[in-house]
Ligand binder design. Structure first.
Ligand SMILES: Nc1ncnc2c1ncn2[C@@H]1O[C@H](COP(=O)(O)OP(=O)(O)OP(=O)(O)O)[C@@H](O)[C@H]1O
Length: 209
């Protein structure tokens, strides 16, 4: 039996209020692959990501990490990282202090040079600026720097390019490509096709109606 890491969803359905957002949804994500969840506003993309994170239970079906349910797999949380709409930063901490805070919280974080992560995200000049004073796009870039604190196997990204300028988008796309080339995985929502950009060779589309 193969022990390859994988994310597999079987027969997922999600009901919100009176409405079935999706049903009988199946997908698989393997090393080096990006699942791109696409669909209209309100189609259930964020709800699906919450299920993939393990925060919300599906109404039917389950999500498996390496062939066991994410609910029963204590490793899953350590292997995956989520960037959602809220950036989860501490406004009174500077950019570098925010990264230091997350590095200390995470016993498995690498001894990474935090300056290097800010430089990678193009915000080294903001290192000593309180997060509350950063622009929206700078805060998003800082939130992304957290993903680089250690080599998570799975990035779960809800609209990662929202509020990000063209340079920032290029940086994030390149980081995603490097992540995938390193045999890791991504599940992301995004309103536009990824067929034209650097992720074109790595992604498959899951369309919600
Ligand atoms: N807590 C909730 N209770 C009831 N309905 C909810 C709840 N949260 C979301 N919904 C509804 O579920 C539907 C899907 O929401 P969701 O945020 O998953 O969509 P989305 O595809 O991510 O949308 P968008 O593209 O606008 O971000 C929406 O109609 C929303 O109103």
């Amino acid at each position: 039996m193969s022990h390859e890491i994988s994310l597999i969803a079987n027969n997922l359905s999600c009901i919100r209020g009176e409405r079935a957002l999706f049903s009988a949804l199946n997908f698989e994500v393997h090393p080096g692959q990006c699942l791109h969840v696409i669909g209209a506003n309100g189609s259930g993309k964020s709800s699906l990501l919450r299920i993939v994170c393990g925060i919300r239970q599906p109404d039917t079906g389950d999500v498996q990490w390496s062939r066991s349910s994410i609910n029963a797999n204590a490793d899953y949380l350590c292997h995956s990282a989520f960037i959602g709409h809220s950036d989860a930063l501490k406004g009174e901490f500077t950019a570098i202090e925010n990264l230091r805070w997350y590095q200390r919280l995470d016993s498995q974080a690498d001894e990474t040079q935090l300056d290097d992560l800010l430089a990678k995200m193009g915000i080294l000049h903001c290192a000593d600026v309180p997060a509350a004073q950063l622009s929206f796009g700078q805060r998003r870039r800082l939130a992304f720097a957290r993903l680089l604190l250690r080599p998570y196997n799975l990035w779960i990204l809800d609209e990662p390019f929202t509020g990000i300028d063209a340079d920032g988008r290029a940086i994030i796309e390149q980081l995603c490509v490097e992540h995938l080339r390193g045999g890791k995985m991504i599940v992301m929502t995004h309103h536009r096709s990824l067929n034209e950009g650097p992720l074109r060779d790595y992604h498959s589309e899951l369309r919600l109606n």
